[in-house]
Design a protein around this ligand. Sequence first.
Ligand SMILES: Cc1cc2nc3c(=O)[nH]c(=O)nc-3n(C[C@H](O)[C@H](O)[C@H](O)COP(=O)(O)OP(=O)(O)OC[C@H]3O[C@@H](n4cnc5c(N)ncnc54)[C@H](O)[C@@H]3O)c2cc1C
Length: 415
Amino acid sequence: MNHAEMESVASFRLRAREWLSANMPRIEDRETVVASDDDTAEFVRARELQHKLYDGGFAGIVFPAEYGGLGLTPAHQAAFTEESVSYEMPLKLNVPSLSICAATILDLGTEEQKLQHVTAAIRGDEVLAQFLSEPRGGSDLAGVTTRAVRDGDTWILNGAKTWSSSAYAADFALCLARTDWDAPKHRGLTMFLVPTKAPGITMRRIRQVTGSNEFCEEFFDDVILPDDAVVGGVNNGWAVASRQLYHEKVAVGGGSPFASGAGLGTVQTTIPTPVDIARMLDRTGEPGVRELVGEWYARRLVSLSLIDRVSAALKSGVLPPPAASLMRLFTAEQDWFTHDVALEVSDGYAATGIAGDDGTLLGVSVHYLGRQIGSLGGGSTEMARNIISERMLGMPREFAADRDVPFNQVRQGAR
Ligand SMILES: Cc1cc2nc3c(=O)[nH]c(=O)nc-3n(C[C@H](O)[C@H](O)[C@H](O)COP(=O)(O)OP(=O)(O)OC[C@H]3O[C@@H](n4cnc5c(N)ncnc54)[C@H](O)[C@@H]3O)c2cc1C
């Protein structure tokens, strides 16, 4: 579609407004609220809502039309997201399915993979997950030891992955495996699209201190994969993983054009802002509270502006892809600070609640327990700082004993 044929953002916004009002459930009118600890029901609901968006012609706004999207611009998506804030949206499908996995397949998958998986994800028929981290560590992603060995026209996968977000609800996952042990660590990797229910995969859920069990761990025992499960070429897995990490940093940083609707979770898990809490507890007149809330608000504005500026610079090429770590780092720091301020302003009421409250204040303390999530997911804060210093500021690279060494000669663990 050329620019002249493209519907204007203003016209698209109006059409979206009318369609949302006629078709999507308003958050406050929802008859059945899906319990936030029932993850499976949440995903069934998210798929239903995504079907609705697709049937209504508002799914995959920036994805190309040949793969089921609308082929429009991030500005169209931003307008739709703004219009959709009062409606129940399939937010669960944004990360990692649409904004990380489908976006990566779109960039580096084969034509068949795009036609099958990107289209199915946009329709709401398929959910995608990421099998990257391993029990031995996630930061050293290029050091994965899950292996895939060629066997005629197929590959045999063995190993283990962990921390896979919402993999229990996924149909396929992008899985990084080692396929050449004689090559240095970055050069012997291949990315595979793995059906999550394939024979030989044992999946378990991990319960966190917050009560959430959305993480999974997987064990692969002689899982057979067809040759067309390879994404981006054999032994080219690091390029695919790097693209995936780029999309992840943009998504986790809040700047992905592939995400539709505001926020990452469900409407029920939205936490009150420090301003909401100060108002609830009638603390807006206290100087200490005002100072904290003011600092939080100022940093929030900086965070939003930074996301806008860095997203635009990444899109135009003014900043290189590693700059996605700027958004990722600042968002994580802001997230952490938000939880600290929310707890501080809630005072002891985060532990006891107050009469008449529907659990909102108790939610503050539960979310506080998981406040480090933003500093680990999508690569840790320390790794983001390493990327910014080495690849943006040109500072010396960290020492790596395994650089350019064949992987089978790299010392592993206690060996
Ligand atoms: C919300 C969330 C969602 C996630 N979703 C997924 C998913 O869907 N799929 C998936 O595969 N994984 C997922 N992960 C895992 C995530 O990618 C890893 O937690 C992350 O890469 C860090 O790896 P690790 O936890 O093994 O920590 P480690 O790598 O063991 O690191 C431990 C600590 O050491 C620091 N460190 C390590 N190396 C260095 C270094 N070179 N320089 C300085 N500091 C260093 C780290 O910053 C960290 O603080 C998720 C994690 C979270 C929190």
